[in-house]
Ligand binder design. Structure first.
Ligand code: NAD
Length: 473
């Protein structure tokens, strides 16, 4: 039996799935085992998928230059280390020399191909098949344009760029030059979202009528990234709806499968500002703050006690509390959360209407004890509710439910990949797309990625103007 027939026999493939459908490409085989469980009993049934290997199919390795050797640059470098027959790192650029050298040493990159500023890479004639751009948000546009002009294919970190015009320039140049640009919307490649999308596309819940989606940031992550850290100021990076939530807009658009027509958004910075500072708090948590015993955002708790988010510290030994304390005395991360130069909202709501009247509400919330997106999908025949780890599908007619409850650790090749297993799948598809010079091997085109960014820009316009905004992608 061919795969498509098998899927149909499982009742899990909608007829007419386009060849470019990412699930079809992912060769996901889905099987929902039957059960007579009652509507709310999700213990007795299961949803299974079989995933593609993370190893790309390409005969000759593609070559890449990694630009930005921070957290994300390291993710791409580690993929290349594991699948070194398929992708070779031949150059690295970072303005922090130790970061550049760390990746370059791991990959045997010669001295002449170790660069500081990305401009040095583009002063050379084209030296690889592709570049991976993993610099901060406000440093995506220039290297991406230069790379396309020189004929490189590009794996570009999200968000694409801080302004709608820059996004549109990148789209136009990629289409004009015929070069591949993949945007790092990695959630699409995680087993959880692959399974969720496959169930939706199977028709199991009928037509989608509405979607609720929440991105709980988690209070300490909010303090780290959006109050003290790299993404705290909209003007220096991108608005939080893009910096943090462009993944979510992409996922909502992907699930709904129709263009967004209009959006209205609300949100503000509620807590992390000077007027809320408890009395007598010093500028740094390390300066003997009298609120150390009660403040949930204490840098000493987050970094020294809990050892979280230490990747940005370039530590010699992450177990050395003195070394961490020393960093906190001088770096951004030791600052009192009420005395930073931050402006990103800590709560955000966006309501959207899609073609055909489908509606969606999205919320981004700093004040949660956990991360992990929560999604509810209301269809004409059924309902799905999930939390990024498990989701349950309810069928209205049969009053039965089936649950996806696979852990990413259940999938050998996915368990070392971040974002619920999604990071590596993106690189696999990018390698295949570059090797075959075929952008349809990617789960989403640059046009799709920019469409969801335009939703984000529209949300910001709405939030700031207090008006509903039409989305013109
Ligand atoms: N896809 C995802 O889910 C995901 C997750 C986190 C971050 N990101 C995005 O990835 C990008 C990088 O984030 P990160 O967490 O790795 O940040 P990071 O700060 O850890 O790394 C960025 C690196 O770029 C280097 N850099 C800065 N300017 C440079 C220049 N002119 N030339 C060369 N290198 C330069 C910095 O020194 C740093 O090492 C950001 O745009 C971020 O929003 C995406």
């Amino acid at each position: 039996m061919i795969r498509r027939d098998f899927l149909k026999s499982c009742g899990l493939i909608a007829t007419g799935v386009a060849l470019s459908d990412p699930i079809a490409k992912a060769e996901t085989v889905l099987n929902i085992s039957g059960s007579n469980a009652s509507l709310l009993d999700d213990e007795k049934s299961d949803i299974h998928i079989r995933l593609r290997s993370q190893r790309p199919h390409n005969d000759k390795p593609i070559t890449v230059v990694i630009i930005g050797a921070g957290n994300r640059g390291r993710v791409y470098a580690s993929y290349a280390k594991t699948y070194n027959d398929n992708i070779k790192v031949v150059g690295v650029s970072d303005i922090i020399e130790s970061r550049c050298n760390r990746i370059a040493d791991q990959h045997g990159v010669p001295q002449e191909n170790r660069f500081g500023h990305y401009r040095e890479v583009f002063e050379r004639p084209k030296m690889a098949d592709a570049v991976v751009i993993a610099t901060p948000d406000d440093r995506h546009y220039e290297p991406c344009i230069k790379a396309l002009e020189l004929g490189y294919d590009v794996l570009l970190e999200k968000p694409v760029a801080p302004t709608e015009k820059e996004c549109s320039d990148i789209l136009k140049l990629s289409e004009k030059s015929g070069r591949i640009v993949a945007i790092s919307h990695v959630l699409r490649y995680s087993p959880y979202f692959i399974a969720l999308k496959a169930v939706v596309d199977s028709g199991a819940i009928g037509d989608i009528v509405s979607v609720q989606h929440q991105e709980p940031i988690e209070f300490a992550h909010m303090a780290h990234s959006y109050v003290r850290g790299n993404w705290r100021c909209e003007k220096d990076t991108t608005p939080i709806i893009l910096a943090k939530s462009c993944h979510d807009l992409d996922i909502i658009r992907w699930i709904v499968g129709k263009p967004c027509k209009s959006i209205s958004a609300y949100g503000s910075l509620h807590l992390f500002k000077k007027e809320n500072m408890p009395e007598g708090a010093p500028a740094r948590c390390t300066d003997g703050c009298p609120h150390q015993g009660t403040c949930p955002f204490s840098a000493i708790d987050i970094y020294v006690r809990d050892k979280r988010h230490l990747g940005v510290f370039d530590l010699k030994n992450r177990k050395d509390d003195n070394e961490i304390m020393e960093k906190l005395r001088t770096n951004w991360y030791g600052r009192c959360v009420y005395q930073c130069d931050n402006d990103q909202p800590d709560h955000y709501v966006a309501n959207m209407e899609f073609e055909g009247g489908v509606t969606s509400s999205f919320t981004m919330d700093a004040f949660t004890p956990h991360g992990g997106r929560r999604t509810r999908i209301m269809g004409t025949k059924g309902y799905i509710e999930g939390n990024s780890k498990t989701f349950t599908l309810w069928d209205f007619k049969t009053r039965t439910s089936k649950t996806w409850r696979k852990d990413v650790a259940d999938f050998d090749e996915y368990k070392d990949s971040g974002h619920g297993g999604g990071d590596f799948g993106l690189v696999r598809d990018f390698v295949e797309a570059v090797a075959a010079q075929d952008p349809t091997k990617l789960s989403s085109s640059i046009r799709d990625s920019i469409e969801s960014h335009i939703m984000g820009f529209a949300a910001e316009k709405s939030r700031k103007s207090n008006k509903k905004v039409d989305v013109k992608a």
